[in-house]
Ligand binder design. Structure first.
Ligand SMILES: Cc1cc2nc3c(=O)[nH]c(=O)nc-3n(C[C@H](O)[C@H](O)[C@H](O)COP(=O)(O)OP(=O)(O)OC[C@H]3O[C@@H](n4cnc5c(N)ncnc54)[C@H](O)[C@@H]3O)c2cc1C
Length: 417
């Protein structure tokens, strides 16, 4: 079975890897000149920076073993101090002043306010109902910013945070297993080494932006038995408009993604604190989140230097992701002086932009995805961050699941898997 996988991000590469493992013949078409999509790493002047994700929270054992990268896995070293920018102040988390500001006493009464998670509830409204105004609002802002660079009033509580829904159904969002922070990992030469190693095992046509698909299936003039669309929803809508207009309409409505820009800055080590980083709960700072990669991971900065990464823009302030490199860098540096007491000027700057950075799962997300999938033609599948979870482990699973569905539907291969 020859399959065209369109999009060489982690969803597409994972789909192709699964197809190859099942004896199919996948070809990945990737518009840019490198595989990995949002996942990539750049080594430059002694600094090692990431294009997007800095840590994965769940293992990807299948892909790590298949690529021989097991020895390269690195975990963050302590201190893992986190700070929260709240009501104009920078507070350590958890700390007494933060808990007082957050209204923790009311939050502890959560079981008394435990109503089921309704279908279409925005994250903030849901958490405020359960935890009270202060704690609910703070928790919603931190969660929305930390995972989606998102707006807590526009993200679905249930679909953007499925474990919240599961806990709520059991009576309390504090019940059930805690997220294991010790499970965070990266790779010695950056997360970008994973897509590079995967792509080396696959047929990947880099620098090939697919503009047209003919049903039946034809991609870039070649014949295929099936197609996996592992591109953002806007690109999938464009590619399907010609032969499946109702599907294209479904993919054009309600599948939004927020733009983000990353500003990597190299400073002298003695001016930079050690820890995990800071999150802005107020939505007031240019940087939604600030990470301290060289404090946690080996080889991110030359000796005596420190690397900081500020993630800017997102759903609350998309305009900030569109500032010029100079304006954005100047704003982030002046903010770091104020919030983290960092001194001096950066000696290294790298700005990375993602105009469609992180999908925003608004209320009604899951039914929207189901409605779109119901309109797929036989031999066509959708995978990626727009649909089944935005984290890298989620998109890898989404790609593999799309591959499985294609093979199951295929009359020649289905019964064998
Ligand atoms: C700043 C940032 C921080 C993040 N942090 C984390 C984190 O800490 N942990 C985590 O797990 N996740 C994180 N994520 C999320 C995660 O990185 C992404 O959701 C995931 O990598 C998306 O993978 P994907 O394959 O679905 O899409 P993409 O990576 O967007 O890949 C899609 C690919 O399709 C290609 N393409 C588009 N159109 C065409 C076309 N017509 N023809 C051919 N190719 C095309 C694109 O060039 C791209 O390479 C972060 C994301 C960002 C932006």
């Amino acid at each position: 079975m020859r399959v065209a996988v369109i999009g060489g991000g982690m969803a597409g590469l994972s789909a192709a890897h699964a197809l190859l493992g099942r004896g199919a013949d996948p070809v990945v078409f990737e518009a840019s000149d490198k595989p990995g999509g949002k996942v990539g790493s750049v080594a430059e002047r002694g600094f090692l920076t990431e294009d997007g994700p800095h840590f994965l929270a769940r293992p990807l054992d299948g892909l790590i073993d298949a690529t021989g990268l097991r020895e390269e896995v690195v975990q963050p070293r302590p201190p893992m101090t986190r700070w929260v920018h709240v009501e104009g102040r920078v507070l350590k988390a958890p700390s007494l002043p933060l808990l007082v500001r957050a209204g923790v006493p009311r939050a502890l009464l959560e079981p008394l306010f435990a109503r089921p998670l309704r279908e279409d509830m925005p994250l903030r409204a849901f958490l405020v109902e359960r935890l009270g105004r202060r704690a609910g609002s703070l928790a919603a802002s931190v969660m929305a910013a930390g995972v989606y660079a998102g707006d807590p009033d526009r993200l679905s509580a249930r679909d953007a945070f499925p474990s919240l829904g599961e806990r709520a159904a059991k009576g309390s969002i504090f019940k059930g297993p805690r997220r294991d922070r010790t499970g965070l990992w990266n790779l010695r030469r950056g997360l970008g080494s994973l897509p590079l190693a995967l792509a080396a095992k696959l047929q990947v046509r880099l620098g090939t932006a697919v503009e047209r698909i003919e049903p039946g299936w034809k991609v870039q003039g070649e014949k295929f038995d099936g197609v996996v669309l592992a591109v953002p929803a806007s690109a999938a809508a464009k590619l399907t408009r010609g032969f499946a207009p109702r599907l294209a309409d479904a993919l054009s409505s309600g599948f939004e993604a927020a733009p983000v820009a990353l500003v990597h800055l190299g400073f002298l080590q003695d001016t930079v604190p050690r820890g995990f980083g800071m999150i802005d709960a107020d939505g007031a700072l240019t940087a939604i989140g600030t990470l301290l990669p060289s404090s946690m991971l080996p080889g991110r900065a030359p000796p005596g230097k420190a690397l900081i990464c500020a993630i800017c823009g997102g759903a609350r302030h998309p305009e900030r992701a569109r500032l010029s490199d100079q304006e954005l860098t100047a704003e982030v540096v002046s903010e770091l002086r104020r919030t983290m007491a960092i001194r001096g000027d950066p000696e290294y700057v790298r700005v990375v932009r993602h105009p469609e950075g992180i999908p925003q799962y608004a209320p009604g997300h899951r039914p929207r995805v189901e409605a779109a999938r119901a309109l797929l033609l036989p031999g066509l599948e959708l995978a990626g961050a727009a649909y089944d979870g935005v984290s890298v482990p989620d998109v890898a699973r989404s790609g593999a699941a799309a591959a499985e569905r294609l093979l199951i539907a295929s009359p020649t291969q289905g019964v064998h898997i």
